[in-house]
Design a protein around this ligand. Sequence first.
Ligand SMILES: Cc1cc2nc3c(=O)[nH]c(=O)nc-3n(C[C@H](O)[C@H](O)[C@H](O)COP(=O)(O)OP(=O)(O)OC[C@H]3O[C@@H](n4cnc5c(N)ncnc54)[C@H](O)[C@@H]3O)c2cc1C
Length: 389
Amino acid sequence: MSMLEHDLVVIGGGVSGVTAAAYAQRAGRKVVLLEAGDRLGGCCHTWHPVDGFWLELGAHTAYNSYGSLLALNPDAGYGNLIPRAKVGYHFVKDGHTESPFARVGFLEAALRLPIGLGRKKAGLDVETWFTGLLGPGNWRRLLAPAFAAVLSQPAGPYPAEWLFKRKDRVKAAPRKFTHAGGLQGWLTELAGGLDVRLGQRVDGLAVETEGVRLRLAEAELHAREVAIAAPLDVAAGLLGSVLPDLAARLGATVMAEIETYAVVVPAAMVELPPVAGLIGADDAYYSAVSRDYLAHPQWRGFAFHFKPGRLDAEGKRAKIAEVLGCRTADFAYETEKINRLPALTPTSVGLARELRAGLAGTPVRLVGNYLNGLSLGDAAVYAAKGDSE
Ligand SMILES: Cc1cc2nc3c(=O)[nH]c(=O)nc-3n(C[C@H](O)[C@H](O)[C@H](O)COP(=O)(O)OP(=O)(O)OC[C@H]3O[C@@H](n4cnc5c(N)ncnc54)[C@H](O)[C@@H]3O)c2cc1C
């Protein structure tokens, strides 16, 4: 019998990997988490440009419906979580903010609602279901840009059954919250006690008679079991040798790119009133997410999530200054990053089921934001489930 160097290896240190590793460790498994990059978090990426101020470059809001994550929270009283101040999302029109309500076509909605509400979501995309619910005018003016802001990509093709799910709430936790270290800080806290190894990119894996062999740049590892928690395209590549047909279908899913440009500006320089964020209808950005939910006396920060290929860096800076009502020279700190998310469709739902069935009985498990929905809570629910589910 060959030596099994590791019991369970988790590939990827985003919310899916951290959750999968933490639950397995709780269940008594000996876990190692390998992360390719130099930090934990993945899409939870909290930027710290200046002492005492941070800004989210990716995920920004957690809810008390994220039960699988909250069950891992080190403080059962949730004193480490910070409720978000009540600021709202707005559209921008002619240089002014506009409430989403101003875009609701009430008559159209009233005529549609009684028929639309009863329709099943299974198999339908978001555009079809919500157009049926509230009408094409409401879809175009309000829902398409608002959902694109939520999903950071065109929302129409997304599976309707994965957009809003009925979920239990953990009443003791704040309804909407962040953490003193931002969401990356929270995830790092949840990963406390795990054996995390940064800078360890897994390039390939092969199932053997006993366990799995993993190929890294400068090493080979052997594990009894592997949980792949890397982004969809990487996962599809790693699965190629395990389930070639399903891996090819998974790999055909497009990855949506989001060109994120973030700025920190002295609060006194910004004209825009406090907002949770802006929805960029008919504009070059999906959303501009602010830090106003956790106000700071000196700084305001905004992460603009731009549509791919629309503007170069100077164009983005000019757009941001125009929207904020300041000058580009007022930007005290700025940074850029490419975020990537799977562009899910109704076929993703069935594919997730087939992947789960195909991997049953193998030493390989998949966890990720493409198996149950994009939110942190959705990724965590699946990662928290045992291998048998
Ligand atoms: C701009 C933006 C805003 C969002 N806002 C919210 C929000 O407010 N609330 C919410 O709930 N959700 C939000 N989301 C969605 C959510 O953040 C993501 O779906 C979720 O964090 C994905 O987690 P994950 O662990 O599945 O994948 P990822 O976060 O992508 O993590 C995958 C990890 O695997 C690592 N990796 C890649 N390849 C390898 C390899 N070969 N070997 C080892 N490691 C590898 C990567 O470096 C990465 O750390 C947002 C997403 C984006 C992009």
